[in-house]
Design a protein around this ligand. Structure first.
Ligand SMILES: *[C@@H]1O[C@H](CO)[C@@H](O)[C@H](O)[C@H]1NC(C)=O
Length: 313
């Protein structure tokens, strides 16, 4: 079965030109949370969320109390504990011995909570949080706030990292260059307008088209030639046979625009349910990805910026 997980990574596998998430797809079993050593197996206790410079506490009502981990998962002694950073910033700490995207090392993001309960920062070259490339801007053109939720990688790949884009305003999305962990891209789930980051930036269920069941996804990364590859697409999970939403047109759309279109390749690239059907993308170069979900990619060259606009339909 295609799991209810990792839809963004699955989505990313096509791109002939774009190295977005140039990574392998872990098998379904790779992401089960029960692989994590349980609290009982560990001697000692837990490391509490430190809220160092730039960090953002997520899932604060759960047992993890701020870490970007599944809500019932604690940061136990002898484990890696990923965290969220402010919008536009990337987590700068991970296990430097893991350099390729494969399980279980792909979970080793964040700080290391050692056997004494000290939080270690083995990735000495980077701070806790650092600025992404700044080349991908979310613009909210609808009358309600929109929650963009980024997946935690390295980490459990749940969409726990919040970027709230207020009605009528903009936020920079976190985009990695090639110095980010294993050369991976950032991935986002785009929730329907009005869904809070508390509701949207967690796993979710088929009860609502939020979180893992949000209608659209996006991804971005920058290569060493200062090309930013940005992608928007339908979320394969939204379209699955078992999804209660698969025949429901979202009440909002997304499109890529560029401040300087002469620097952008791949325009137009939009999803507009007012003129198109479910799983349709308006692009001269759209492709079909995992689960048959359509997407399009725009390349913003020479350090140019691309925008993702969210609009009502
Ligand atoms: C696709 O995008 C182009 C350029 O923005 C636009 O002219 C055209 O009407 C769109 N097509 C559909 C079906 O929405």
């Amino acid at each position: 079965m295609i799991s209810n997980t990792l839809s963004l990574l699955l989505l990313s596998t096509i791109a002939k030109s774009a190295p977005i998430a140039d990574v392998e797809i872990p098998s379904t079993s790779d992401i089960h949370h029960e692989h994590i050593p349980s609290h009982q197996e560990k001697r000692g206790g837990t490391c509490s969320f430190p809220n160092y410079e730039g960090m953002v506490a997520v899932q604060t009502s759960g047992k993890n109390a701020g870490w970007a981990m599944h809500d019932d998962q604690e940061c136990t002694y002898g484990s890696w504990c990923p965290y969220a950073c402010k919008p536009g910033q990337l987590m700068g700490q991970w296990d430097p011995s893991v350099t390729t995207y494969s399980y279980p090392g792909s979970q080793n993001g964040g700080l290391y909570c050692d056997s004494e309960g000290n939080l270690q920062t083995p990735n000495s070259g980077k701070s806790y949080c650092y600025d992404g490339t700044g080349t991908f801007i979310a613009k909210n053109q609808v009358g309600e706030d929109v929650a963009f939720c980024q997946t935690v990688l390295p980490g459990n790949e749940e969409m726990l990292i919040p970027t709230l884009v207020g009605s009528g305003s903009s936020e920079t999305l976190a985009v990695p260059d090639t110095s980010y962990w294993a050369g991976t891209a950032s991935h986002f789930y785009i929730n329907p307008p009005g869904v809070s980051v508390d509701d949207g930036c967690k796993w979710g269920s088929t009860a609502e088209p939020w979180g893992n069941w949000a209608p659209y996804v996006a991804g971005a990364n920058m290569d060493d030639s200062k090309n930013t590859y940005v992608k928007i697409g339908w979320n394969p999970i939204y379209l699955e046979d078992t999804s209660p939403f698969k025949n429901t047109k979202p009440s909002f759309g997304v499109r890529i625009t560029c401040d300087d279109p002469s620097q952008c390749v791949g325009l137009p690239c939009s999803i507009d349910p007012s003129s198109q059907g479910i799983n349709e993308v308006n692009s001269s170069e759209s492709s079909s990805g995992a689960g048959g979900a359509d997407f399009c990619v725009v390349t913003a060259q020479n350090g140019a910026k691309a925008n993702i606009e969210v609009f009502s339909v």
